[in-house]
Structure formats: C-alpha cells, structure tokens
Design a protein around this ligand. Sequence first.
Ligand code: SAM
Length: 259
Amino acid sequence: MGLEQSLPHHPSAITAAPAQGGAPDTAILGSATSSSQMMSAWTDAHLTTAQLAWKHAEHMLIKKAIESGDIVIDLGCGDCRILKSLQNAPFAQYIGVDHDAASIEEARRAFPSPTIPNSTFLAADLFRALPDMFLQEGAPIGRRVAICIGNTLGSFGDLRADALNAMLRFSDVTIVSVCHNTKEITLKRLEYYAKNEIDCRVDWKSGSIFSDAWGESRSFTEESLRALAEQAHAKELGFAAEFQTIAEFGLVMVLTKQQ
Ligand SMILES: C[S@@+](CC[C@H](N)C(=O)[O-])C[C@H]1O[C@@H](n2cnc3c(N)ncnc32)[C@H](O)[C@@H]1O
C-alpha cells in the first residue's frame, strides 16, 4: 500500500496559504472545519493560572529540547504563540501547521517576517502537510522535531494514533505535551470552562471534556500515552519513549528515533 493510501481519510478543502521563509511553497489541503472561535477562547486572558503555568512550562521544555539547526514542525500550532518563547532558540526553521486558516492568519499577523527568520505558517491538515513537505525533492534538511503541544493530541478524536504515527514517520524527535488525566486535574481543567462560560460535560474515566467550542478534549495517563505510542508503531519505527510531568497539569512524552 502506498503512503497516500495509508493516510486516514480526512474531509478537506483547499485553504492554501502561501509559504513564507524557506519551506516549500506548496498548495496544501486543509480541513474545512474552523476552529478560530476556539482559538479566541484560548488566549492567555482566557486561561486559568494553572493553565498559564503549564503553557509556560511546556514552552520552556520545547526551547530546551531544540538544538542548533533543527527544523521545528508545530502540528496543530493554533496562533503559534510558542514562537514568543523561542525568540532566541537556535532552530534553523519553524513550520507551524494548523487546519484553521484564521489561526494561521493570526500567527502571520503576530509574527511578521523577518521578525522570526525562517518561519512558515501553513493552513493545512497535518495528514497532508507532512508528506507534502517532506516527500519531495528539496525538502528542508536537518533534524526534524515534531511538536504537538497544548493537549492538541487530545482533540484528534479517533485519529490520535494515526496523527502520532504521521508525526513519527516524518520526524527524528516527536514531543507530545498533553493534560494529565487525574480527577484533580480534570477539576482544574473544568475551571477554564467555567471561567469562559463554556457548557461542557465530562467523562471521568477517559478524562475527556466535551463542549461545542472544543469538541472532545481528552486527557492522558502515562499508560494511555504508551498505548497510543504502541498503536502508532513507535517501536517499529525505531523510537524510544520518555515521560515527564510538568507544572502539575501536564504530561510530556518525548519519542526519540534511536540511531
Ligand atoms: C488545543 S488547540 C492547541 C493550539 C496550540 N498548539 C497551543 O498550544 O496553543 C489544537 C489545535 O489543533 C488544530 N488541529 C486539530 N486537528 C488538526 C489537523 N488534523 N491538522 C492540523 N491542525 C489541526 C486546531 O485547529 C487547533 O488550533
């Protein structure tokens, strides 16, 4: 089966965003679903104190993990706010990918070239963007660090394992930062929904919070992340996993390709 055939089916529409910086200038397919409303409820002013501490900790962790010359690919990047924390990081290139065109426009406004050199913001579905970028001649060269932060993995529904598999196939290191699934933390996550008057319901077992604004936002245990890595064929693809908790709220899985 060819790679394209092995990609999960995803409803998509052209939302081509011209690339800036050094990444290939390709028209990429993106989902028709808009999440700009969601992102507008995800600015710092909307977050709780615990969430702000978590976001800060995950940004610092990513900054520390980046090495000179890395290509950082931010999957489900939203408004690419992490770039604020990466101002002096030594990466060669940052590529933000989000299927929500409005969030990408927001990122372009917030980080106009050449403030951040070699940044590219793509309005695209990650399942299409990754092969489009890296299965072609002239693809950017360097260690590829895929990041999927802010519990983005928890919003992928049944495509969680497929999305992780796609990241692994196109990266040397994949860093996934999610919310920890404990009763205490789910209660803390609910404070965000209350603060922003977003109706929601909770499934305590999976740690999923469901709302019209965000759909399902699942949280994870180390065990459930390990199971997901297995489903994503991390071992077969040569990756070893490490875990750490950050700022009480967060759980991070770092998958590194073994030499
Ligand atoms: C919870 S938000 C997190 C945004 C950002 N990573 C942050 O930490 O602020 C999840 C983002 O993933 C994007 N997203 C969801 N599924 C996607 C897909 N298949 N391809 C690209 N982006 C996707 C949504 O549009 C949304 O902006």
